[in-house]
Design a protein around this ligand. Structure first.
Ligand code: CTP
Length: 448
């Protein structure tokens, strides 16, 4: 029996794909199709794929030419698959001519004629809904965000606003984008990215939602659980997308780590330790250490270490003890929290003006995950076991500054009318706000 293998994304399955699969099947008796995983596509820079992996697998199966579908997960998998499935022929469209000659060492390589005049990219462009986005608050993060909007096809920067016009002028060349007020910006766009200081988030998010605009709000969304709940309810009632812009939550490597751990690769998770710290010049730390602007390490960075904790151990913790060292203004420059669950324990450590190792360790009954600093920009992690021969290293691509992933998810939610994202659910985001509130109210709180 002659076994043929081919690979692709197969987004918005079209005639070109069908012709290719027919031709590939005709080369032998048994056709295996490798469909790329969503995270693998993101990792190799394909950010605009419309159908998720399950939809793409179903579409490929429905062509009737395919005997077996497998998922393509990582670079270098093709050789493994060819050996594993005892493949005779590797087939691919002629747009890849020459690129897979290195596989000739393992099997026959055939480049099949490509169907002219159609591609997924073309179909995506034809049906493209462009999301016009407005950026509110033109500080450091907005400066990084704006160039990232050009990395996602379906989004266009349509307006910017800052209380200081100078700040707005500093981040865009085209002055016609600058608005005179927040209200004008909301009027001009489909979606708003809120990158103002924390205490402005609630009012601005609420206003934008009330005016039927989708919202991507910088983390922390708000500092009170009831406010977070209210905002998500409002978004749901109005069928709008509200996402908290916690960049780690949307990054491909971090998501893969969570999936691997949830699938039991290190057994039951019993402990999580996550840290993050920053040492900056005092001048830069003005807002971050200002008590009147909700400064301090927990409000500023807490949502990052809380992310793996809440994602893996859930939002129903028994209690949290928080220990902080505060400066003369009462702002925490170092905070540690111990989160107790029914059968697990987690801790987080934050420094703003205190430096600590910034890694993430997830301990399980069969092994542990180690993500080196800076784990919040995950591009590499290891799963480690008692038997070191089983240890495995995972490498990914992280494109600085890493905001394109949250933009892509935000836009994909809007276009596909998916009102929440599994990457950071409303429940997880509300739980983070509740923890901030517990800290504000000094419940189970200890000064050190
Ligand atoms: N293919 C083809 N004819 C087309 C488009 C794709 O024969 N008009 C083939 C590709 O050469 C590949 C397979 O279909 O062997 C899957 O390709 P994929 O990258 O999923 O499809 P594209 O439409 O090229 O996608 P994109 O525009 O996102 O690159």
């Amino acid at each position: 029996m002659k076994r043929v293998i081919t690979y692709g994304t197969y987004d918005l399955l079209h005639e070109g794909h069908i012709n290719l699969l027919r031709r590939a099947k005709a080369l032998g008796d048994y056709l295996i199709v490798g469909v790329t995983n969503d995270s693998f596509d993101r990792e190799r820079g394909k950010l605009n794929v419309r159908n998720n992996v399950l939809e793409r697998v179903e579409a490929v199966k429905a062509t009737g030419f395919v005997d077996q579908v497998i998922i393509e997960d990582y670079m270098g998998q093709k050789i493994d698959d060819i050996l594993k499935y005892d493949v005779d022929i590797f087939a691919i469209g002629s747009d890849w001519e020459g690129k897979f000659d290195y596989l000739k060492e393992y099997c026959e390589v055939v480049y099949l004629p490509r169907t002219e005049g159609v591609s997924s990219t073309m179909l995506r462009a034809e049906s493209e809904t462009i999301v016009n986005i407005g950026v509110v608050g033109c500080g450091r993060i907005a400066q990084r965000f704006i160039p990232e909007t050009t990395k996602v096809d379906a989004v266009r920067l349509a307006a910017v606003y800052d209380t200081s016009r100078k700040a707005a002028e500093a981040i865009v060349e085209d002055e016609s984008l600058i608005c005179e007020s927040f209200e004008e910006l909301v009027e001009r766009v489909d979606a708003v990215y809120i990158a103002t200081p924390h205490l402005a988030h609630y009012d601005q998010t609420k206003y934008a939602l009330m005016h039927n605009r989708h919202v991507l709000c910088e983390t922390p969304l708000v500092l009170r659980g009831d406010q977070a709940q209210e905002l998500y309810e409002l978004a749901r009632e109005k069928s709008l997308v509200l996402l908290e812009a916690n960049k780690t939550a949307y990054c491909p490597a971090f998501n893969h780590l969570i999936t691997l751990i949830k699938s039991g690769l290190i057994g039951d998770v019993v402990g999580i330790d996550a840290s993050e710290s920053k040492l900056w010049g005092d001048e830069n730390l003005k807002r971050e250490l200002n008590p009147n602007e909700a400064g301090g390490s927990l409000y500023e960075m807490g949502s990052y270490p809380l992310l793996p904790i809440l994602k893996l151990l859930g939002t129903n913790h028994e209690d949290i003890n928080i220990y902080s060292r505060r400066n003369g203004n009462g702002v925490d420059v170092y905070t540690r929290g111990i989160v107790r669950y029914h059968n697990a324990i987690a801790s987080f450590q934050l420094g703003l003006g205190v430096k600590t190792e910034g890694n993430l360790i997830i301990s399980g009954t069969q092994g542990y995950a180690y993500v080196p600093s800076p784990w919040w920009k995950t591009d590499y992690f290891e799963l480690r076991y008692e038997d070191q021969n089983r240890n495995k290293k995972y490498f990914y691509k992280w494109d600085e500054p890493g905001l394109r992933y949250e933009i892509q998810e935000f836009v994909s939610c809007i276009i596909n009318r998916r009102y929440t994202s599994a990457r950071l659910t409303p429940r997880e985001s509300i739980a983070m706000a509740r923890i901030m509130e517990q800290y504000t109210n000094k419940i189970n709180y200890f000064d050190i």
